[in-house]
Design a protein around this ligand. Structure first.
Ligand code: XIL
Length: 377
């Protein structure tokens, strides 16, 4: 009887130890995945764009991953004028307030995006014909939103995408009705409304020499007017076959010589064939679907996966080289399933541009980026 009692205890203890080991292992295998924000904590903020479902924590995978991996978030759409300011006298702060609360709860900073942009404008603004009404929208929009979130968000992209590829000012309702100085004016209003918020200019392809020169001239103009600008965001929508490393490095040096922070604010690396004539990230550009433009619906071939990992390694090596000048790297999305590149510039494709796959698992590119820190490469 004693024997079987002891045997029982041995089995029970063994079972307990076994169970315990397996649960420890489970926990261990989860925490075995390193954290980007931890790995780069002495270098720069590591951010991600969040969509509505993610802000509302309706995506379980993202709800677990985001606080673990990122210490900065950018709203992918909800702070754009068409969402936050749908009618003349109506603002919709519900989702932005949720974002701020979510970030606070998780000790994450919010990089608000964006006050003045020609795209994703509400209908009422598109219909305005006279300059006075555009001016009124412009003043009220910036002042109301920037002051509401001052001290709640870390930064604002005050103006997004004001430049053409050749460095000249892009035609838009703001340029047409308010003239060349609208960018300076936007920063002046933001500075008044949000004295505790960092103010940035954000654009794509401004690592390219001509557009970069336009951005530098614009930033100098803001500074010469005695208006505050704290940083510049290079969006970073690139392609694994055309990663412009030399231009990126020159841009980091030239922008930081202006005495402002440099950030990469919307990083993703497309792996899909580029339809003809489309460069950069002009959200209004579209191309028709063709099967040959969507080759990886059944999964990413190892060769491309490896190239993606190598491209991320190369660009992060460069970021680390200039970490004293770079304050943040933000990915444009948490996981491949969410990426806007599944719908842009061709709808209905399967792209793989981020560090986490659509099951929220880290990809080889994630490990190649992390390895730069762990091996001190
Ligand atoms: C994109 C969003 O990701 C999409 O969901 C939306 O349909 C269009 O805009 N440059 C920017 C971002 O500054 O705001 C854009 O985001 C991508 C290009």
């Amino acid at each position: 009887m004693q024997k079987s009692f002891i045997k029982g205890i041995v089995i029970a203890v063994g079972g307990f130890v076994f169970l315990n080991c397996s649960s420890v292992n489970k926990v261990k295998s989860k925490s075995d995945v390193p954290s980007l924000k931890e790995a780069f904590k002495s270098d720069f903020f590591i951010g991600t764009a969040l969509n509505t479902a993610q802000i509302e924590e309706k995506v379980p995978g993202a709800a677990v991953l985001v606080p673990k991996q990122f210490n900065a978030v950018t709203p992918e759409n909800i702070m754009k004028a068409e969402v936050i300011h749908p009618e003349w006298n109506r603002y919709n702060f519900e989702l932005s307030d949720k974002l701020v609360a979510y970030a606070k709860k998780n000790k994450i900073v919010v990089n608000a995006h964006t006050l003045i942009w020609h795209s994703q404008l509400p209908q009422f603004v598109r219909r305005i014909k006279d300059a006075d009404s555009v001016r009124m929208f412009f003043n009220e929009h910036i002042t109301t939103i920037a002051s509401r979130y001052d001290g709640q968000v870390y930064s604002w992209d005050v103006v997004n995408e004001a430049l053409n590829e050749d460095g000249t000012m892009r035609r838009s309702i703001f340029l047409d009705k308010l003239g060349d100085d609208f960018v300076v004016e936007a920063f002046r209003l933001a500075q008044k409304a949000a004295p505790n918020t960092k103010l940035y200019y954000n654009d794509y392809n401004i690592e390219q020499p001509k557009k970069r020169a336009g951005a530098i001239a614009l930033i100098k103009k803001i500074q010469a007017a005695g208006v505050r600008i704290d940083g510049v965001g290079i969006q970073g929508h690139w392609h694994i076959n055309h990663l412009p490393l030399k231009d990126i490095e020159e841009s980091i040096l030239e922008f930081s010589a202006l005495g402002i922070d440099v950030m990469f604010t919307e990083l993703d690396l497309s792996v899909l064939p580029n339809p003809r004539d489309i460069v950069g990230a002009d959200v209004n550009q579209r191309a028709a679907y063709e099967a040959k433009l969507n080759p990886y619906t059944a999964g990413l071939p190892d060769s491309v996966q490896t190239q993606l990992a190598k491209s991320y390694e190369d660009v992060f090596r460069l970021f680390l080289k200039h970490k004293d000048k770079i304050s943040r790297i933000t990915f444009w999305g948490v996981d491949d399933g969410q990426s806007w590149l599944n719908g842009f510039p061709v709808r209905g494709r399967t792209n793989y541009p981020l560090l986490f796959d659509k099951e929220f698992k880290p990809k080889p590119a994630f490990y190649s980026v992390i390895a730069l820190k762990s091996k001190g490469k």
